[in-house]
Design a protein around this ligand. Structure first.
Ligand SMILES: Nc1ncnc2c1ncn2[C@@H]1O[C@H](COP(=O)(O)OP(=O)(O)OP(=O)(O)O)[C@@H](O)[C@H]1O
Length: 253
């Protein structure tokens, strides 16, 4: 019994994904944080479907539950109740070890502050997820990293340290790193929050190109103008989805 329980904890075999058109599916997701001041329900029964190749912007006031919502999708945090399916995988049912393996292969994550390793070169930073997950032949990894850096427009910077790049260039490197294992899903939490508006627009346009090439993108942003450049805007209010509508805002292509 104990051996079975332990092997469940360390098992990295993933269940067979179910066949579904949805890249992301949240079913009645609730998240309650237990705090000293009492229980706090940050998500109050979220239903959300994102189809493959969609670019969805999640907007809402500070504290509305946006980060909590995307932490459910990446498996960084678990729902208190409800189901989280990503590319047919029941993320809510996976063990911690399974989630780590699954996330490395399935989800590319982009953060506001880039989170590049300062002591590694740009190229080494992009190779890191491949090394971590043992993806691709070891000898092929540098070439793949170089191609990804070219794709996002910073191939020339491959041998520099992150500190020698501008913020926009560092975010492009972080996006290249998020693509390293060719995940079907990219999740970005305020990816432009630390960039000037011109650079931010360029990053969003890069996301649009990636979505057009088939990647599914879920991005949290405070910036309604940038959200308008996505395909769909999901508005979160007080732990619930208030609206979900096509991003057909005026003045934006
Ligand atoms: N670990 C935690 N423990 C307790 N409460 C938390 C925790 N994480 C988030 N919360 C609370 O849950 C609510 C939603 O937080 P969340 O970070 O998801 O909001 P957000 O919309 O992303 O906010 P912001 O735009 O400021 O980042 C907030 O009231 C927050 O204080």
């Amino acid at each position: 019994m104990l051996a079975k329980w332990l092997s469940g904890l360390i098992s990295t075999d993933l269940p067979q994904p179910r066949v579904t058109a949805a890249a992301v599916e949240l079913v009645a997701v609730r998240k309650t944080y237990i705090t000293e001041a009492g229980d706090f329900e940050a998500l109050k029964g979220i239903h959300l479907q994102v189809t493959a190749g969609e670019f969805v912007a999640v907007v809402g006031k500070s504290g509305s539950g946006k980060s909590t919502l995307i932490n459910m999708i990446t498996g960084i945090d678990r729902p208190t109740d409800g189901e989280v399916w990503v590319a047919g995988m029941p993320v809510h049912m996976l063990t911690e070890n399974q989630i780590a393996i699954w996330r490395g292969r399935t989800v590319g994550v982009v953060f506001q502050f880039f989170q590049l390793i300062p002591t590694l070169t740009v190229l080494e930073n992009v190779m890191l997820p491949m090394d971590f997950c043992g993806m691709y032949d070891r000898t092929k990894r540098p070439e793949r990293a170089r191609k990804l850096l070219d794709l996002v427009g910073v191939g020339e910077q491959a041998h520099k340290l992150p500190a020698n790049l501008s913020g926009g260039q560092q975010q492009r490197v972080a996006i290249a790193r998020s693509l390293a294992n060719d995940p079907p899903l990219l999740v970005a939490d305020e990816p432009t929050g630390n960039l000037d508006s011109r650079t931010a627009t360029a990053v969003i346009d890069l996301f649009k190109e990636l979505a057009a090439s088939g990647k599914t993108i879920v991005m949290v942003t405070h910036d309604n103008d940038l959200a308008c450049r996505s395909g769909r805007i999901v508005t979160v209010y007080d732990g619930q989805i208030m609206t979900s509508q096509s991003a057909e805002c005026d003045n934006y292509a």
